[in-house]
Design a protein around this ligand. Structure first.
Ligand code: G3P
Length: 217
């Protein structure tokens, strides 16, 4: 399973990247706003740091505008993945950009039907949004499972990039289903290391060690 980090925060990307845990990065207009940085500048910095795919999202609503913006974003670095929304125009842009050899991430996917169209349009990645489906009392993980089954039935090569990940369980469940990639905020990835029994065990070892009166170095 590949780990993408869902952020435009350079320091957070660097910390995880130094541990070899970053296979790619995803950004979107909201994350660019949160970073408070110019999109071209921050995306270039991310691409210099991470050799894997770095998603940069278009904002035009029409296919022509998306293609124009996508080509512009792709000039930032060789590892840019152009992110387009799952609309009819987004699918047209996906086909055009993919035919020109660009990696394309089709985002804001909320149904298996949409995922089928993205694969047919040549998407490199499909981004089903788990958390936002859970928000409206649907099961985001069912969507991941449905897409996995359908893509496997027909050998679609589009990679399932589980997005809108909010919890550690989302990551583990997506891994069990066989999502190719997860993209998650750095805080969620880091919290995968936490376990209450680890903390409890460590406290006991610490207390017992103090009683020995020893030092290791
Ligand atoms: O990768 C998409 C992600 O940024 C959306 O997450 O938590 O805003 O639904 P969220």
């Amino acid at each position: 399973m590949k780990f993408f980090v869902d952020t435009a925060d350079i320091a957070a990307i660097r910390e995880l990247n130094d541990l070899g845990m970053v296979d790619g990065v995803t950004t979107n207009p909201s994350l660019i706003l949160k970073a408070g940085r110019n999109i071209a500048e921050v995306t270039r910095e991310i691409c210099e740091l991470v050799p894997g795919p770095v998603s940069a999202e278009v904002v035009a609503a029409d296919a022509e505008g998306m293609i124009r913006e996508g080509k512009h974003l792709a000039k930032i670095a060789g590892n840019i993945t152009v992110k387009v929304p799952l609309t009819w125009d987004g699918l047209k842009a996906c086909r055009a950009l993919s035919d020109e050899g660009h990696m394309v991430n089709v985002t804001l996917c909320f149904s298996a039907a949409q995922a089928i169209l993205a694969a047919k349009a040549g998407a490199t990645f499909i981004s089903p949004f788990i958390g936002r489906l859970d928000d409206i009392h649907l099961d985001g993980m069912d969507l991941i499972a449905d897409i996995r089954e359908i893509y496997d039935n027909y050998g679609f090569e589009t990679q399932i990039l589980a997005a809108s990940i909010r919890t550690v369980n989302h990551i583990v469940d997506a891994a069990k289903i066989g999502a190719d990639v997860i993209t998650a905020p750095p805080s969620v990835i880091k919290s995968m290391a936490n376990h209450v029994l680890t903390d409890k065990g460590l406290a006991q070892f610490d207390a017992d060690w103090k009683q020995t009166g020893q030092k290791i170095v």
